[in-house]
Design a binder for this molecule. Sequence first.
Ligand SMILES: CC(C)(COP(=O)(O)OP(=O)(O)OC[C@H]1O[C@@H](n2cnc3c(N)ncnc32)[C@H](O)[C@@H]1OP(=O)(O)O)[C@@H](O)C(=O)NCCC(=O)NCCS
Length: 205
Amino acid sequence: MSYQNITVSAAVRGIVRTLCQQEELVLLRDHLLRLDHQSRHDRFHGFMDDSFIERYAEKCANDGTVIIAYLEDGVVRGAAELHPPATSSDLPEIAFSVERGLRRLGVGSLLFQKLIEEAHARGYRRLRITTGAQNDAMRALANKFGAHLSFCQGESTGTIEVEQTAPPAFAPAAVIPIDAARAVIQFNRAYWKFWLGLYGWKQAA
Ligand SMILES: CC(C)(COP(=O)(O)OP(=O)(O)OC[C@H]1O[C@@H](n2cnc3c(N)ncnc32)[C@H](O)[C@@H]1OP(=O)(O)O)[C@@H](O)C(=O)NCCC(=O)NCCS
């Protein structure tokens, strides 16, 4: 399973990779500590103080959690977390966070894509996500991949079927402007050749 057609803004200049457990989990901690008040609320369902986040990051370093991170200059600015199920009857839990200055540029989509690939490779069929039913950003992100987030009334836990997630409808990968310009010129030539040909005009296009 490999999605190639995620379009990101030109402002996205970092890299996405999995963090090494233990050694690099401090980068996750610092990222989570940088989240603003509302983001912390959305991400941690109300648990927002620094000491909670510090303990949380430490736990991730030791319990087999996979962290797929978006890094700029070695600093984690976004993360997708895949927590292994605690028991055989539990579902793996996932979570996402992107720092506010980098929102709506496609970073969350990149992380979502990588996380689904990782979950698929591990043979997970369903994933659980806990967030407020009113979290429009998370809903939009999941919907983009056709993932169904179902929330029971009063509950803030949704499930994602790994096999049913699909890449977003095809959008051409980002093209550098010069290529785009060439493509337009070529299209125009072909277009006018076609119409001039129809009218019997022989003209170099
Ligand atoms: C949820 C979150 C990770 C999305 O990250 P992001 O980098 O902004 O996501 P993207 O830029 O890839 O956007 C994905 C899609 O969602 C849409 N979207 C993003 N934020 C939105 C919002 N607030 N309202 C409506 N749509 C939104 C985007 O337009 C995009 O759709 P498009 O490609 O069709 O335009 C980010 O908002 C976040 O970190 N929120 C705080 C923590 C949180 O709530 N985590 C989820 C619970 S674990």
